[in-house]
Design a protein around this ligand. Structure first.
Ligand code: SAM
Ligand code: SF4
Length: 328
């Protein structure tokens, strides 16, 4: 699959549910409405679609959400998807809030998952409760250690929030170093209406990076994981630190991915509204060819880049869609 700008699409992110057991302040409003269950793809439909993408050239699959591990039966899906590893698929991975890892870490490993991203914005239990509204830090840390013990490579994702966790990046980097985890910092993106004020939350990572260089030796590296992060090596820890900066610099040039939501909508860009309805194609025909044609037609519409902007006059997000729909 090659898009009109010559980018080869090899990475599919699949949001397996829009539901979540947390309500992070930058991601969701507290009283979110979720999709009616009838609109969701079944696990079998998700598996069929993912299989088609792998046949068309996808080499990396990431399950996300909402919280992927709260979808009932998700381990059965992960087991089925794991069968593609070595047969077109190089990697099956997931992004999780970690709340269910204590239960599922061993099963993920057995299914062929080798690396996971866990989102943890703070190591302070009270702040964690304030950011996630419904989350419990001890449960997440327990889950992370279960993942480490199971042999999964863990990367910690933290959204940089002005005035909330900006004083913690030194200690988080140190903690990650002790456990051998890479850390990836993310700028907030203006997706979906939330209860707070976007501009209050936005913290440019150039500032964060400047502050971290006071205590850490950061050396640029060309390490790439197939995602949008730029990495540096941290000499003192032997781990890596990544920066995802969608607003301060354009990360679209090397974009190799598309996003499938749990209702079968394919978004060709996280920062644009154009999408393809694959659910009706999937339900309308058993023919594999029809589905492949619909996917190829969508790839041919992949835009050059995103239009993230914050409407500063009205403090409105550029896109009405919340992050739990497309999974980040
Ligand atoms: N529930 C899982 C989790 O939290 O890891 C997976 C889905 S979550 C939507 C994926 C990632 O998107 C998380 O790392 C989260 O912190 C990030 N995220 C959510 N809303 C965001 C926003 N408005 N700006 C930047 N990152 C965001
Ligand atoms: Fe849930 Fe992840 Fe969104 Fe937090 S960031 S509310 S854990 S989907």
């Amino acid at each position: 699959m090659i898009d009109p700008f010559g980018r080869t699409i090899t990475y599919l992110r699949v949001s397996v549910t829009d539901r979540c057991d947390f309500r992070c302040i930058y991601c969701m409003a507290e009283d979110m409405t979720f999709l009616p269950r009838a609109d969701l793809l079944s696990l079998e439909e998700l598996e069929r679609l993912a299989g088609t993408f792998v046949r068309l050239g996808v080499r990396k699959l990431r399950l996300t959400g909402g919280e992927p591990l709260v979808r009932r039966g998700v381990i059965a899906l992960i087991n089925r998807l794991g069968l593609h590893i070595g047969h077109g698929l190089d990697e099956l991975t997931l992004t999780t809030n970690g709340s269910q890892l204590g239960r599922f870490a061993d099963e993920l490993m057995a299914a062929g998952v080798r690396r996971i991203n866990v989102s943890v914005d703070t190591l302070d239990p009270d702040k964690f409760a304030a950011i996630t509204r419904w989350g419990k830090l001890s449960q997440v840390l327990g889950g992370i250690m279960a993942a480490k013990d199971a042999g999964l490579k863990v990367k910690i994702n933290a959204v940089a929030l002005k005035g909330v966790n900006e004083d913690e990046f030194d200690s988080m980097l140190e903690w990650c170093g002790i456990h051998g985890f890479d850390l990836c910092l993310i700028e907030t993106m203006p997706l979906g209406a939330i209860d707070g004020d976007r501009l209050d939350q936005y913290l440019p990572l150039s500032t964060v990076r400047g502050r971290l260089t006071r205590n850490w030796t950061l050396t640029a590296t060309d390490h790439a994981t197939g995602g949008p992060a730029r990495y540096v090596d941290v000499a003192e820890t032997g781990t890596r630190l990544g920066f995802i900066t969608p607003l301060t610099h354009n990360f679209c040039e090397g974009c190799n991915r598309v996003r499938l939501t749990c209702d079968g909508t394919l978004y060709m860009c996280l920062g644009q509204n154009d999408a393809a309805d694959l659910r009706s194609v999937l339900r309308g025909s058993d023919g594999e060819r029809v589905l492949e044609d619909a996917i190829m037609a969508a790839i041919a519409r992949k835009p050059k880049g995103h239009d993230f902007v914050i409407d500063r006059n009205h403090n409105r997000p550029a896109l009405a869609r919340h992050m739990n729909v497309t999974g980040g």
